[in-house]
Design a protein around this ligand. Structure first.
Ligand code: G
Ligand code: G
Ligand code: NA
Ligand code: MN
Length: 255
């Protein structure tokens, strides 16, 4: 209860102890980073990092998630606008909760915020887990089709550990599959994971989807993913989630 009050205050604080980190996604074919995932971070009053999974969970249970997601959307769009001004047109993904996509004013907020900056909808990817997509399916499908028609992209996060099947996804306007990191972390050491990942990539491609592997922690796994024709790789081997400033420094030194 204490933590939620502190989070609420953090969201209202103009000098917020919340901030975004960005983790690059490597385009395996071009060898370039052209996408990133935005991940929220919070340093509490004691100066310690609060586990994001913990406070996101609390925010979901308390209904504060709507406010938190709005905060994230504004921060990310501001950042993408800034990168655009530097001549770097990245695509950035935002993690959503089931409540966000179902919220009455979600799309309106997203569009209003975009209209205040020089950012195109196609630069914003919305990441939803299989579970988020399974909740209130009809409404979520309608929202996603509308978002898609506006130019936003949709990504299925943590793919493979949930209950949804590709058959279900075929009825949704999905652009990207993110294979869950449990299949990727030890990819180089596990034949079963290799079989699962190779066939998921191939199935994803047959359905016209871009496939991202998350949790790439070593070179051998990246090479396997390249062999399997995976489109994007994300993980500690390439970069941890880092601040926007650190990222652009890393990116420009690598160009
Ligand atoms: O780096 P990592 O520890 O950030 O993320 C932990 C969990 O928190 C992941 O499940 C991730 O999707 C989630 N998460 C991180 N940032 C955000 C965010 O901005 N919004 C939402 N809804 N979830 C986030
Ligand atoms: O649930 P979601 O996929 O949105 O969250 C991504 C989570 O995975 C974040 O907590 C992020 O910090 C973490 N992550 C990103 N890359 C790696 C990696 O290579 N290894 C591990 N163990 N975690 C990672
Ligand atoms: Na995610
Ligand atoms: Mn994931």
């Amino acid at each position: 209860l204490h933590l939620i009050e502190e989070l609420k205050a953090a969201l209202e604080n103009p000098n917020s102890p919340l901030f975004m980190n960005y983790q690059p996604k490597l385009n395996i074919k071009t060898g370039k980073v052209d996408k990133l995932e935005a991940l929220i971070r919070w340093i509490n009053n004691k100066g310690d990092f609060v586990n994001p999974e913990l406070f996101i969970n609390l925010a979901e249970k308390s209904g504060l998630i709507t406010t938190l997601t709005r905060w994230v959307i504004l921060e990310v769009i501001k950042q993408v606008d800034h990168w655009n001004q530097l001549g770097h047109k990245f695509k950035v993904s935002i993690n959503l909760s089931a409540q966000d996509i179902q919220h009455e004013q979600f799309i309106e907020y997203l569009l209003t915020t975009l209209s205040n900056f020089n950012v195109e909808p196609v630069q914003i990817t919305l990441e939803l887990t299989e579970r988020d997509l399974a909740d209130n399916e009809q409404l979520v499908a309608e929202r996603l089709f509308y978002l898609k028609s506006l130019g936003f992209e949709v990504s299925v996060d943590d793919y493979g550990i949930g209950q949804s099947s590709l058959a279900k996804l075929k009825n949704l306007p999905v652009d990207e599959l993110k294979i869950d990191k449990t299949f990727i972390l030890k990819l180089d050491q596990c034949q079963q994971d290799q079989d699962i990942v190779a066939s998921t990539i191939s199935l994803g491609h047959k359905l016209g989807l871009r496939v991202v592997a998350e949790g790439v922690e070593n070179k051998a796994s990246l090479e396997l993913l390249e062999q399997f024709q995976c489109d994007y790789a994300q993980g500690y081997y390439l970069s941890r989630p880092i601040s926007a400033e650190k990222f652009i420094e890393w990116y420009e030194s690598d160009e």
